[in-house]
Design a binder for this molecule. Sequence first.
Ligand code: SAM
Length: 220
Amino acid sequence: MELSKDLVDFILNKNIESIEIENEDYFVLQRIQEKVPSIDKNSARLLYFLSFLKKPEYILEIGFGSGFSCWAIWLGAREKIKKIISFEHEKKRFLKGIDFINKNSMPVNLINKDFSKENLLIESEKANIDGFDLIFIDGTKREYPLYYNDSFDFLKKDGLILFDNVLFNGNLLKLVNMEEGKNVQGGKILYHFLSFVSQDKRIVPFFLPIGDGLLACIKK
Ligand SMILES: C[S@@+](CC[C@H](N)C(=O)[O-])C[C@H]1O[C@@H](n2cnc3c(N)ncnc32)[C@H](O)[C@@H]1O
């Protein structure tokens, strides 16, 4: 049996109808008007659902962007979440994010720095966090192997690590078959990373065709 695009759209739209995300227009407008890249409506529902299921206390995010992913995770488990540390290196997005976080009284430490293991250690110590229950990765695609490597020790046993856009804006298979050009190197890095993760015995991975492809892994 093969699912047609119409059927896939039909079933995915059911999520959009059933899970209500407050303030959704705020994020959609940022994507349209300010061209801030953000997760799509379906990925937001999936994050909400996984957060509701996992009930994480401590969360790490790489790539705050518009804040949509952070908000969806927060809505899914707001009575359980103690702290979210989120990295966003762009000043304008950071400042807009701080405003939103304060207005909505979210327990988020938004960090206006490049993600690195050293910065993660500093911020975790400051917040008194010795491990994360959920990590959401949505920064620069070619840096995914580095993020995985640098954050893995901070993920608790049974913790969930999620990677967005693993299809590289739908271009992954095209890029991997090209010799040179924009994003070719990044595409190849991501492609090999997916092969590596699928064989990594320290985790249980699951690849989901939601949005631009989402990879979910649970640490054994
Ligand atoms: C795809 S967007 C994130 C979208 C966001 N998750 C949302 O739902 O709105 C990626 C963001 O990560 C930021 N970023 C990329 N690499 C980074 C890094 N190494 N450290 C900190 N921020 C980074 C970019 O500035 C950008 O805003």
